[in-house]
Design a protein around this ligand. Structure first.
Ligand code: 4SX
Ligand code: FE2
Length: 336
C-alpha cells in the first residue's frame, strides 16, 4: 500500500449525478422551487448549476426507473491528472473507464472509477464556460444556490474512508469522535471545511449533496416557499446552525427522497497548518449548535449508489459503533 502512484490533483467537488423517476417533477423541485439554473438539457437529462458556477454543471438529473445516485464528480487541475486517476485507482485494483469529451454535455474527457469505498467517482479537467450569472440578480429564485459545496457519503467504516481520502491528498478539518471511535469526518481540497464528509452507516450510499448559498436568508426563504406551497414535508432537518463547520443549514428531500443541504457561512481552511477541530460525540452542540434534536431519518435514510454499469451497489451494514447509539442527538436511548 505504501507504493501507490501519485494521486490526481483534485481541485474540488464539482458535480453529482442523480437518477430521478420523474424528470418533470424533479425539474419543478430543483429548477422552479430551488432556483437552479438550467445550462443544458436533452430528453432524459437536465444539467443544472448555481448562479456563481462558471463550469457547465453542478448537478445532472437523469430519468430512470429507480431513484439512485450516480457519479460524484471532481475537477482535477490538468489533463495529466486524468492518467494519474487511472493509475491511482488501477493500483488499488479498482475498475476504471475513460470516456470522451461530451459523454456528459459540456464536459471534457473524463476518467470514471469504482472507488474502494464502493462509490462511482469521475474526474474531469475541462468544462465549457457558460454565461456568468453572478450579477443577474434579476434571475435569482428560490434558495439562490451559488455552487456545489460538498458530498456527504454513508460509509460502514469511517476510518477506512478517512484513510482513502487522505491518500488522495485531502485535508481534515473537523471530526466527531470519542476515545474509541471516529464517528464522522470532514475533509477538503478547496479551502473550505469540506469537499467530502463521512456519515457512519450502511454504505456505500449518498447521504446528501451540500449546496452553497451566500445568505442565511436564502435558507429561511426556501423554507417559507415550501411552507407556502404545503410542501413542508420536504424540509427534513433544520434550519439551524451546525456545530461542525459553523454553517447555517437546512436539509431538504427531493421528490425521489434524495437529500440536499442548503448551506452557508462556513470558514477558510487554506493555511498549511490548519488545525483540526475535534468534537466529542457527547456534545449536543456538534450537529446542531443550538442543541435541537436531529431527526432519526437523517441518520438512517440515504440514496443507493450505482456502479460503472449503472447497477446498484450492494450495501454493507455499519461496521462500527453507530453514532445514534452514543451521540447526544435528542433521541438517543442511553446504553443500559
Ligand atoms: O450535523 S453536523 O453539524 O455535524 C454537519 C453536517 C456539519 C456540516 C455539514 O455539511 C453537515 O452536513
Ligand atoms: Fe453537509
Amino acid at each position: 500500500m505504501s507504493s501507490l502512484p501519485p494521486p490526481p490533483d483534485i481541485v474540488r467537488s464539482a458535480y453529482a449525478a442523480l437518477v430521478v423517476t420523474s424528470l418533470p417533477e424533479a425539474r419543478r423541485f430543483w429548477v422552479d422551487l430551488l432556483g437552479f439554473v438550467v445550462t443544458d438539457e436533452d430528453a432524459s437529462s437536465l444539467y443544472l448549476r448555481g448562479y456563481d458556477e462558471l463550469t457547465h454543471h453542478n448537478l445532472i438529473l437523469r430519468s430512470g426507473p429507480v431513484a439512485a445516485a450516480g457519479a460524484l464528480g471532481f475537477r482535477v487541475r490538468s489533463v495529466a491528472d486524468l492518467s494519474r486517476a487511472e493509475e491511482f485507482y488501477g493500483a488499488l485494483g479498482c475498475r476504471t473507464e475513460r470516456v470522451p469529451a461530451g459523454f456528459a454535455r459540456g464536459q471534457g474527457e473524463t476518467v470514471r472509477a469504482e472507488d474502494p469505498l464502493g462509490f462511482l467517482v469521475e474526474f474531469f479537467a475541462a468544462s465549457a464556460h457558460p454565461e456568468r450569472l453572478q450579477q443577474r440578480y434579476d434571475l435569482r429564485r428560490g434558495a439562490e444556490v451559488a455552487r456545489l459545496d460538498h458530498f456527504n457519503i454513508c460509509v460502514p467504516d469511517v476510518p477506512v474512508a478517512y484513510e482513502h481520502y487522505k491518500s488522495l491528498g485531502f485535508g481534515l478539518s473537523e471530526t466527531i469522535e470519542d476515545g474509541r471511535t471516529l464517528y464522522a469526518a470532514w475533509m477538503y481540497r478547496k479551502q473550505t471545511v469540506h469537499d467530502v464528509a463521512f456519515t457512519g452507516g450502511a454504505g456505500p450510499r449518498l447521504h446528501h449533496l451540500g449546496f452553497f448559498a451566500h445568505e442565511p436568508h436564502s435558507v429561511l426563504r426556501m423554507c417559507d416557499i415550501l411552507g407556502s406551497l404545503s410542501l413542508e414535508s420536504c424540509i427534513e432537518r433544520g434550519p439551524g446552525r451546525h456545530g461542525v463547520s459553523n454553517a447555517f443549514y437546512v436539509y431538504l428531500r427531493d421528490p425521489d427522497g434524495h437529500r440536499l443541504e442548503v448551506y452557508t457561512s462556513d470558514y477558510y481552511t487554506g493555511d498549511p497548518d490548519h488545525p483540526v477541530l475535534r468534537w466529542s460525540v457527547l456534545d449536543p452542540r456538534r450537529r446542531d449548535f443550538w442543541g435541537n434534536a436531529v431527526i432519526p431519518s437523517w441518520y438512517s435514510e440515504a440514496s443507493a449508489v450505482l456502479d460503472l454499469d449503472g447497477k446498484p451497489r450492494p450495501v454493507i451494514d455499519i461496521a462500527q459503533t453507530a453514532e445514534v447509539t452514543v451521540g447526544a442527538d435528542g433521541f438517543t436511548v442511553p446504553a443500559e
